[in-house]
Design a protein. Structure first.
Length: 214
């Protein structure tokens, strides 16, 4: 009889105690990532918002390619503060933050009427992109640069008033041979989207830049 009681007690304890053995999928499961662990730096606004379910999209794991699934159509989502929060997430270095922030930023700017929604946010958005462009992690820089080019394509000349704030970081990276061409191509796209007035702005910080119109 006592043996049976012990077995039942053990079974109940096993049911109440969560499994401590990590699963292979844990690294890909957003719920297993705790952004409030002790890192060398505090979590970004994106990590904190993501942890409490404040990002209206989730990562769907495909056999070959991951994708985002939105809880509601992205064109119905307010850009303020979501676009800013996604931009904060570009500085993340851990999965799934890296994917969600990059794809979320990209997909949000693809919606109809994105320009009208994004332009008023530029004074707050550009400093966030600047911080990402200044990050020591190469992948963070690349994500930020891609995001900047896409933003320029959406808002056009409206970015010119804020461009000087970003050029110092681009100049520093262009001094690295492995990024020289990538930065040059990005600057050319910024000029293309921003118009001829962009040339003088770029040259004020990067005198060696050659205009696509020359």
């Amino acid at each position: 009889m006592s043996s049976g009681i012990q077995m039942k007690t053990k079974t109940a304890a096993q049911k109440s105690k969560p499994c401590s053995q990590p699963k292979p999928s844990d690294k890909l499961n957003p719920k297993t990532i705790d952004p409030f662990r002790a890192y060398s730096q505090p979590p970004s606004a994106f990590a904190a918002t993501y942890a409490r379910g404040g990002i209206p999209c989730r990562l769907v794991h495909g056999s070959v390619k991951h994708k985002l699934q939105w809880e509601c159509p992205p064109e119905t989502v307010s850009f303020d503060p979501l676009l800013l929060t996604l931009a904060e997430g570009l500085r993340e270095t851990k999965h799934p933050y890296t994917f969600v922030s990059k794809e979320g930023f990209k997909e949000l700017l693809l919606v109809e009427g994105a320009a009208e929604k994004a332009i008023p946010l530029l004074p707050r958005l550009v400093p966030v992109l600047k911080a990402a462009l200044a990050h020591v992690d190469d992948e963070v820089f690349e994500r930020a640069l891609d995001a900047l080019v896409q933003l320029s394509g959406v808002v056009g000349p409206s970015l010119n008033d804020h461009l000087k704030l970003l050029l110092t970081n681009l100049l520093k990276r262009s001094m690295d041979k492995k990024y020289r061409e990538k930065v040059t191509v990005a600057l050319q796209k910024l000029e293309h989207y921003g118009g001829k007035a962009t040339v003088a702005i770029i040259k004020s910080k990067i005198p060696t830049y050659c205009s696509i119109y020359s």
